[in-house]
Design a protein around this ligand. Sequence first.
Ligand code: MRU
Length: 374
Amino acid sequence: MKIDGKSWRPIWVEADGWAVGIIDQTRLPHAFETRRIEDLDGAVHAIAAMQVRGAPLIGAMAAYGVCLALRAYPSDGALDAACARLLASRPTAVNLRWALAQMRAALRPFGPDADSGKRVSAAYARAAEICEADVAVCRAIGEQGLALIREVAAEKDGAPVQILTHCNAGWLATVDWGTALAPIYMAHDAGIAVHVWVDETRPRNQGAALTAWELGKHGVPHTVIVDNAGGHLMQRGAVDLCIVGTDRTTARGDVCNKIGTYLKALAARDNGVPFYVALPSTTIDWTISDGLADIPIEERSGDEVTTLTGRNPAGMLTEVLIAAPGSSAANPAFDVTPARLVTGLITERGVCAASEAALAGLFPELAGGRDGHG
Ligand code: MRU
């Protein structure tokens, strides 16, 4: 996608052919800064500190983390240690596990006795493929979702299609396009009037900070709302549909996404608003069915709840305390929306019901798989 006319992706290989460049998402929207990641420590930190975030992008960063680790120590032991550290960097998004499995599979023919240069080259080649595949898949999700938005637009007589989204499932969260935002970008580019209600997404404000920034850069009309406003807007008929992303979707269609997604799904159901989840098949965890029982929910620091960072009138980034001093805070980062509350899953192969049969019908070669894509 473009920022002020220049094409960007949130991750790339630097001109030297080995270091990895990223947009530091902890600085947006106040400052646009890139970082150069040169080793495994840097890759683990980028994921854990959320310089890169969003399920597909975390997977891409992990793949390049393996490359950087192997470049330093091309042994099997180093590979195992790198994968273990990367896997532990954030627990909920299954793309991390998927990407590491992909990297291990690609490196299998290059055992410890193989030429280490070839092993490292194979790693970079596979990481690049993972990134390009993500772009193609997100584009396809966009096309599938565009058809849905077109259908709604046909009923609106030129009035904007009102879409509510939560967190950031845009191009910053993937390698390009995004998942939930891809259909919105395509609808806007196709001349369909759209307006997006952007949940601020406390505590880290991925909506207010990242989604609003992305949409603004692309010229998509949008309004930031507090997380608690969605139900009210739905009661007033101001939301035509919700589209959100997911960090892990179970084989039967339970969806784990940013904390607060479940409440939006409940409000949507109560108000007859369609609730769609956009996802690449890489976020389906075919090994589990029950999202509530089986998905590990990341617990982050309570400091993210009790403090806020923003830009003060002097233009400086400032952190302020917003809670009563001394109060403790809990910070579960994700929640699970049961499949029964999901109107449909927008995947790269089509829109389907959130059910085991429908997912298996779209992805027969993956359903029942032990570790996603093998
Ligand atoms: O904690 P984050 O910012 O990594 O959470 C991201 C989300 O919840 C997204 O909705 C999800 O990863 C889908 S991204 C295409």
